[in-house]
Design a protein around this ligand. Sequence first.
Ligand SMILES: Cc1cc2nc3c(=O)[nH]c(=O)nc-3n(C[C@H](O)[C@H](O)[C@H](O)COP(=O)(O)O)c2cc1C
Length: 220
Amino acid sequence: MSVKSVIPPSPTAEAYAADEDQGEVFTLDEPLALFINWLALASKREINDSNAMALATVDPDGLPNARMVLLKDIDERGLSFFTNLESAKGQELAAHPKAALVFHWKSIRRQVRFRGPVERVSDAEADAYFATRAKGAQIGAWASPQSQPMEGRFALERRIAAETARHGLGATPRPPHWSGFRLVPVEIEFWVNRPFRLHDRLVYRRQGPGDAWRTERLYP
Ligand SMILES: Cc1cc2nc3c(=O)[nH]c(=O)nc-3n(C[C@H](O)[C@H](O)[C@H](O)COP(=O)(O)O)c2cc1C
């Protein structure tokens, strides 16, 4: 099977021209409010995980690493997600606390990119979110040394059985190696598909938290 047979061909001129013109979509001055507005629309259209975002970090050699995580909270401080602190991403963020995030919603053909420093959420925030997770996911956080080599699926099942015996009854405490990070955006770019790949881009930049946002349009 050739790769070409599974990669969609470039659209024809007619298909490009028929791309939906979404009109004015940069409708709010405050970028986090605009993002929440777009996310609300995406959550109605995406088949699942409209809060999924690619998280890019760098390893000790400066080699980038990217993987999906779920956005779990957003407020004026930034965007938070939760993970194992000893995973590759956890270690990379501890060593280089800066990251990029990107959302791509195929259903509405929009993209939003964030860049900025990353901080740990407070223990209270992590406890509060952990308490909302399903019991099985709480046990899983104890049982899975995320990103470590695993001998086989059975090894995981053995660990889950052991942690279920320890934490099966009553409230499950948050593991010390499990918490969240918050990306504090200093750059946010909104992108929307337009006919003929002549997309619209609007970037917001600020020096740091609390500073005013400046906007700029970018060529597609
Ligand atoms: C849609 C989606 C959402 C995910 N959400 C999370 C998440 O919120 N936290 C997490 O630790 N891993 C999440 N994962 C798994 C990560 O992509 C990744 O496999 C795992 O965290 C290990 O990454 P690392 O070795 O770079 O640390 C998600 C995967 C997908 C596909």
